[in-house]
Design a protein around this ligand. Structure first.
Ligand SMILES: [Zn+2]
Ligand SMILES: [Zn+2]
Length: 247
């Protein structure tokens, strides 16, 4: 009865299809042409070869294009081999990540996974992935939010890559919000907050870690350190969006 009723409602008020990224009406399509164009443009933007963050736009184009590594990756050690994202954390992509994370729009995970998959599908390193895992949230955070956005993205991406998704990590203590902390502060804040739950599953494997956003890379770095400590051969990372970084 409920089904018939909602079918009737759909007849009278046809569901408005909207592009999941920009929320503009776009009948019959998933991601609208303008957003697809934007995502395509992102792929042409130069990124730090290690952390995958985009260079700040105020830099001259020829300077950006000749950079290989950002300052953080040049001066500090990174435990992950490589990180990539679908685009910079701004505009419609930022809003889409926020709608997923803070407003519980879970169906966005599939759309974001589509463009994340597109950004790595031709990358030989990512195609060697043995296991996909998500950056875990603490139990308190899960209770509050009801879901882990990174896990939703990881689940969708695992399906597209046909690679198994395994929970490998646990966040053992809540960390104070990372916002406002510098790079070293962020790292200190995180030390000892993640534990590996299944070392036997990671030994000798290439593990792909999924998160929603890379800002400084501290979280992905600590998680990678823990996975490597547990015997993983290589850790690579992917996020829906990436921050910008200086040279
Ligand atoms: Zn759109
Ligand atoms: Zn970098």
């Amino acid at each position: 009865m409920k089904k018939i009723f909602s079918g009737l409602i759909d007849l009278i008020f046809p569901p408005r299809r909207v592009c999941p990224l920009c929320a503009q009406s776009e009948p019959g399509s998933r991601i609208c042409p303008a957003c697809l164009q934007m995502v395509w443009q992102y792929r042409l933007e130069p990124v730090c070869l290690r952390c995958g963050r985009y260079f700040r736009l105020e830099l001259e184009e020829d300077v950006r294009e000749n950079l290989l590594l950002c300052r953080d990756c040049r001066t500090g050690q990174r435990n992950f081999f490589m990180a990539r994202s679908a685009g910079p954390y701004e505009g419609d992509l930022k809003r889409a990540v926020q709608r997923l994370k803070f407003y519980g729009k879970r169906d966005l995970a599939g759309h974001l996974a589509d463009i994340m998959f597109q950004s790595i599908v031709k990358n030989q390193y990512y195609m060697k992935t043995d296991i996909i895992t998500a950056v875990p949230l603490s139990r308190e955070r899960i209770k509050k939010r009801g879901f882990n956005q990174a896990e939703l993205l990881a689940f969708e991406l695992a399906g597209r890559m046909t690679v198994p998704l395994l929970p490998l990590l646990r966040k053992v203590r809540e960390t104070s919000p990372q916002t406002g902390l510098g790079r070293s502060g962020r790292k200190e804040n995180l030390v000892g907050s993640f534990q590996i739950t299944r070392p036997e599953a990671v030994r000798g494997k290439t593990v792909l870690v999924v998160d929603d956003v890379i800002t400084t890379g501290s979280t992905l770095d600590i998680v990678s350190e823990v996975l490597l400590g547990g015997g993983a051969a290589t850790v690579i990372c992917i996020t829906a969006a990436a921050g910008r970084t200086s040279i």
